[in-house]
Design a protein around this ligand. Structure first.
Ligand code: PRT
Ligand code: ZN
Length: 283
């Protein structure tokens, strides 16, 4: 049995649960329970606040966890990042009032900066030789300058809309973040085997994202040209058709190349093209 800590509610909860479900690990959705057992994999989910996940994993209260790299960096607990998951993408940035002139980091010298990430900011300022006053606050960081609590902020930015609506301007990006799977160092062999199984499934789900399964009929005499055009997992699958002189080609195509490839295939004589969703790509 392996225990995974995931965010109880908030931005990462839904995608964490969905990723596990796509990996064949279904967890009963009950908000009242702190701990829930998966129906189809030897795993239990521990629902926590994201701030508590790095510590829980470092202590071995949970074996693995899904949490933003921003929290991993800030909490500086002894955990290993096993895999970046590609969702919950954001950045930690410094922002100043929009009407301020800004030329360089020297602007921050002697200024007061409000943040929920004092460790990351402290390290950054120390590296850059900036002496600023870091003021830790727990929430609503973006309103600190307008109410006179600070000169600037250091906070999570995604679209940038929150900064703009608070009259702030992003001037420096310090950390790029996304959700990641973190692990207790030195997991026992039995749990490591389950983790490897879970990672294998997650990678199969990720590989299939943005990919389409395409089937088409092609005149046999064009097959060589089609193979050159279509690198499949190994190479395209070619099946003979009952109709003389034709064959069926099956291939996996990246979604962003789909229309270009289809146009090229049509000029080679492809007909009856079917494009299907791809659920998993298992290697
Ligand atoms: O209750 P709990 O402590 O678990 O949750 P929380 O409120 O601390 O965190 P939550 O659910 O807001 O975010 C969880 C994680 O999602 C963060 O630690 C980041 O790793 C990631 N993430 C991704 C974000 C954002 N995008 C994001 N945009 N976390 C917060 N924001 C905030 C941002 O601070 C801003 O105030 O959302 C606001 C909107 O952002 P803009 O730039 O799109 O306007
Ligand atoms: Zn939190």
């Amino acid at each position: 049995m392996i225990r995974i800590a995931i965010q109880a509610k908030g931005r990462l909860n839904e995608e964490s649960v969905m990723l596990l479900r796509e990996a064949g690990v279904t967890i009963e959705a009950s908000k009242r329970k702190l701990l829930a057992r998966s129906e189809d994999f030897p795993l239990e989910a521990l629902y926590l606040r994201d701030d508590d996940i790095p510590h829980a994993v470092a202590m071995g209260v949970a074996d693995v966890g899904i949490v933003g790299l921003n929290e991993v960096e800030e909490k500086a607990q002894a955990v290993e990042v096993a895999h970046r998951l590609g969702f919950g993408k954001c950045r930690l940035s410094l922002a100043i009032p929009g009407n301020e002139q800004y030329a360089s980091l020297a602007w921050f010298e002697g200024r007061k900066v409000a943040t929920s990430y004092p460790r990351i900011l402290g390290r950054f300022f120390a590296e850059k030789g900036v002496r600023a006053d870091i003021h830790k606050i727990a929430g609503s960081v973006e309103i600190a300058p307008s109410v006179g609590m600070a000169d600037a902020i250091f906070d999570i930015v995604s679209s940038g809309g929150t900064l703009i609506s608070n009259g702030l301007r992003e001037v420096e990006t310090v950390l790029w973040s996304e959700a990641a799977l973190i692990v207790t160092p030195g997991l026992p062999a039995e749990k490591q085997a389950l983790l490897a199984q879970l990672l294998f499934r997650i990678e199969s789900v990720e590989r299939s994202r943005g990919m389409k399964y395409v089937l088409m009929n092609i005149p046999k005499k064009r097959v060589d040209q089609v193979i050159k055009l279509l690198p499949g997992m190994k190479s395209p699958t070619i099946l003979p058709l009952a109709q003389e002189g034709w064959c069926s080609v099956h291939v996996v195509i990246r979604e962003n190349e789909l229309w270009t490839k289809i146009e090229q295939l049509k000029t080679l004589g492809a007909e009856d093209i079917l494009v299907l969703a791809l659920e998993k790509m298992i290697k």
